[in-house]
Design a protein around this ligand. Sequence first.
Ligand code: G3P
Ligand code: CA
Length: 245
Amino acid sequence: MTQIWAHRGARAEAPENTLPAFELAIEQQADGVEFDVQFTADNELVVIHDETVARTTDGQGRVVAYSLAQLQRLDASAGKPEFAGVQIPTLAQVLEVLAPTKLELNIELKNSVEDYPGLEEAVVAMVAEFGLADRVVLSSFNHYSLKKLQSLGAPSPIGMLYSDPLYRPWRYAAKLGVDALHPPARYVTSARFVRKAHAAGLAVRPWIVNGERRLERTFRWGVDAVFTDYPARALALRDAVADVY
Ligand code: G3P
Ligand code: CA
């Protein structure tokens, strides 16, 4: 059965990558959550998607230019006034909320634009501190970073994010030695795609799957999980078609 993973938390209804978005995903009984990790100027791990703060907070400038204290003074309600005052959380704050649950966690290292030396080590150490390695999937668009995670002996499975139309991505991913494909949903076009990936030992988790038609066909094709902004909708649809797939 396809798992439903809340993309940046339940971000359609709560500010993305904030504690309320993760709490809502838990409440809605999502199977997992996805979120993005970066470094502050003082090398603290924070959960935020963009490399700049302008879109989701009332501040300006690069995430890495802020200390944690400065960053947490920003309002991260991301255009949702009912959440005014919500902060950008640290990775530790997010893990504290998720650790007591059964949810799977996909931690995306956001290190394709900013370099963030040491990000891999810091994330792996934090996951170990919370004893969550067996519920975590690590991913990145930066495939050098995926190799770095492997070289560190990171015990969590690794998902290969990509955004360009790779030819036979299961071959490249198998060569890279990762555990899953995390492709844009538009590239997962057939059951054959999923079969090929599975035959190469790879899980398939497309992003971002919001519409009912696309959700239904990914369920039918047997993808392992979908990242969605609407976990409640996806869960309801999955229940409705459970007898069929
Ligand atoms: O991990 C899936 C998805 O989150 C990747 O794209 O831009 O939302 O981080 P993005
Ligand atoms: Ca992400």
